[in-house]
Design a protein around this ligand. Structure first.
Ligand code: PLP
Length: 320
């Protein structure tokens, strides 16, 4: 979906018109991938707009910057406030939120230290990542011929723009071959994740997902889904998973800020379970959507309302 090209973008503490939010072609990030970023969502809940797990997203942003020795001039509170203020300034009730910390303009050695550390936040309306139909019917995916990064090469726990070179290879291969998405294995051939989403497997009603050591991004939706699954009484195992577990699963689903909770109906043209969304996926998906829409109690305090005066007692079931 193309950008509308309107509204404000927050850059280093200033609000800039969308059209003027430009950086120099000699900026370090363009040449050497020296940037880290986040993707979060603001939902239009029944109690007003609220950002889902903003604290966790900004914490991960600063964690990513720390790994890359980028000293952010703005701390957790300042960046979080910038996000909230920007949503209000732009008048969004729901939107996708993209904060970035990157090495800017100074000189172009591989050494990034001379370059300034710049911070920006942009927002736009981004609907369903896959089709609406995919939420129920599921996706057709393939195991990518591309592996995720080996340990001690590109740190998978940093949400670095550089890691998305790998993600693009996975995504392009899948699309070119007629699939919706690709699943990458780690360098040992064990299950890792999708190009931009974590993965869960259900077998005999036990839920499995690869651990952070399997070259995954430590996803915030993944963490939320583990919590939701446990709240619903499921056993959840974070463990190394061989590729073939995918083919033997009763259900497989992706999770992430962009894809939310999306089932997978086939992998390498092998049908998963009944070939559409399974009952465990549906239960977790339903609870996830109920929470982010404000239809279920926000038991874990995941929604940060734009209007902080919305009393906690109102943040329970109001629409049923
Ligand atoms: C590679 C990768 N894995 C997993 C995820 C899911 O993470 P989150 O749930 O925090 O959005 C993303 C999305 O940002 C991603 O890009």
């Amino acid at each position: 979906m193309a950008f509308p090209g309107t509204g404000k973008i927050w850059i280093n503490g200033s609000l800039v018109d969308w059209a003027d939010a430009q950086i120099h072609i000699a900026s370090h990030v363009i040449h050497y991938g020296s940037g880290v970023f986040e993707g979060a969502r603001c939902y239009n809940t029944v109690n007003g707009p609220a950002v889902f797990r903003l604290d966790a997203h900004i914490r991960r942003l600063l964690d990513s910057a720390k790994i890359y020795r980028m000293e952010s001039p703005y701390d957790q509170a300042a960046i979080s406030q910038a996000v909230i203020d920007l949503i209000k300034v732009n008048g969004f009730k729901q939107c996708y939120i993209r904060p970035l910390i990157y090495r800017g303009y100074d000189s172009l050695g591989v050494n990034p230290f001379p370059c300034p550390v710049d911070v920006a936040v942009m927002l736009w309306e981004w609907g369903a990542y896959f089709t609406k139909e995919a939420i129920e019917e599921g996706l057709n995916v393939k195991i990518s011929t591309w592996s995720r990064m080996a340990p001690n090469t590109m740190p998978a726990m940093a949400k670095s723009v550089a890691n998305y070179a790998n993600s693009q290879l996975i995504k392009m291969e899948a699309i070119t071959e007629g699939y919706d998405e690709g699943i990458a294995l780690d360098v040992d051939g064990n299950l890792s994740e999708g190009s931009g989403q974590n993965i869960f497997i259900v077998r005999d009603r036990v839920i499995h997902t690869p651990p952070v050591g399997s070259s995954i991004l430590s996803g915030i939706t993944r963490d939320s889904v583990v919590t939701i699954a446990k709240d619903l009484g499921f056993e959840v195992r974070e463990q190394v998973l061989p590729r073939e577990m995918l083919y033997l699963a009763d259900e497989v689903f992706f999770v992430g800020t962009a894809v939310e909770v999306t089932p997978i109906r086939s992998i390498d043209k092998i049908q998963v379970g009944s070939g559409r969304r399974g009952p465990v996926t549906e239960q977790i998906q339903q609870r996830f959507f109920d929470i982010v829409r404000g239809d279920a109690p926000d038991a874990h305090g995941w929604l940060q309302y734009l209007d902080p005066t919305a009393p906690a007692t109102l943040r329970a079931v109001t629409r049923r």
